[in-house]
Design a binder for this molecule. Structure first.
Ligand SMILES: Nc1ncnc2c1ncn2[C@@H]1O[C@H](COP(=O)(O)OP(=O)(O)OP(=O)(O)O)[C@@H](O)[C@H]1O
Ligand SMILES: [Mg+2]
Length: 284
């Protein structure tokens, strides 16, 4: 499972996908593609509300892709479609494809739990279980998906906490409640939880929006490190943050991709007037 499954979604499960006829893209295409994850002709609805409209975009492997756009443009919905979280929302459905590692994650026979393990997610507000210990919080996703010994589990927990840049701050209080950490530490704890299941892609929905500047900087430094091993997709409303951390930027408006490309191009020489207006802070 992805860490924090269901943390901000209703509990209902609605079988949803209707466009699952194609399983794999040609092997040759997969072999030459540097895209880790790509949406192809994605449409998503909440009931009758059409939220993503024939959307195509991709995120390159071992790099950071920022999703920017005004509130309600569909950024969170898009990343929830990437790891099959969208279908967990009551009344939600989608059509189209999400190609990951050469296959459509919505192809028949694909296990959503496996997709969520490989494509992990971190939400906007840190959501550790407050009374569960720091170590238990880190490994709780792992416990659900694997059968590791206590020693192996602890080692995986330590490794994840190190990768999340939190180990030094918590190594002496691994058995204390997760709720006792600061906001910035809790956010890194949630990142550690996502990393503990060894995902290949990390989706982050505004991971620093509730943090002070110091904690925000730590998260950004961490993202910079993570991209050497993972594909990172980050949703952000902070334009400076996008320019600091993202290699590529995708600008969304009303469920469509208006423009995408290298971050410096999107911010300094966008080709669409709407992109320019947005990145200059003229709307949204
Ligand atoms: N669970 C839900 N049920 C019904 N409608 C929803 C649900 N979640 C999102 N929506 C609607 O889908 C549209 C896209 O929402 P989404 O959360 O993807 O936008 P966003 O770009 O992430 O916005 P923000 O920047 O405010 O987080 C909005 O109109 C929103 O109201
Ligand atoms: Mg959102």
């Amino acid at each position: 499972m992805a860490s924090e499954i269901g943390a901000d979604d209703p509990d209902a499960r609605v079988p949803s996908h209707s466009g699952a006829e194609t399983a794999a893209i040609p092997a040759a295409l997969g072999a030459f593609s540097t895209d880790a994850v790509a949406a192809e002709g994605l449409n998503a609805w909440f009931g009758s509300l059409h939220v993503l409209k024939n959307l195509s975009m991709s995120a390159k492997a071992r790099s950071v892709t920022a999703l920017i756009g005004p509130s309600g443009s569909g950024k969170s919905t898009l990343i929830r479609c990437f790891n099959r979280m969208h279908e967990e929302v009551r009344g939600a459905r989608l059509t189209g494809k999400v190609i990951f590692d050469g296959n459509d994650v919505y192809a028949p026979g694909t296990d959503p739990v496996d997709v969520r393990r490989r494509i992990g997610m971190v939400f906007q507000r840190p959501t550790p279980f407050p009374t569960m210990s720091v170590l238990e919080n880190t490994v709780c996703g792992l416990r659900l998906t694997t059968r590791l010994s206590k020693t192996e589990t602890r080692a995986r927990g330590e490794e994840a906490l190190r990768r999340a840049g939190l180990w030094d701050e918590v190594k002496d209080r691994l058995n204390n409640p997760g709720g006792g950490l600061s906001g910035g530490q809790q956010q890194r704890l949630c990142i550690a939880r996502a990393l503990a299941v060894q995902p290949e892609v990390l989706l982050m929905d505004e991971p620093a929006s509730a943090l002070d500047p110091g904690s925000t900087l730590r998260i950004e430094e961490l993202i910079e490190k993570l991209k050497t091993e993972y594909t990172v997709v980050i949703v952000t409303h902070n334009m400076q943050q996008a320019t600091r951390v993202a290699d590529s930027t995708v600008f969304m408006l009303d469920g469509e991709v208006i423009e995408s490309g290298p971050t410096d191009v999107i911010f300094s020489r966008p080709s669409d007037k709407r992109t320019e207006d947005y990145v200059m802070g003229r709307f949204g």
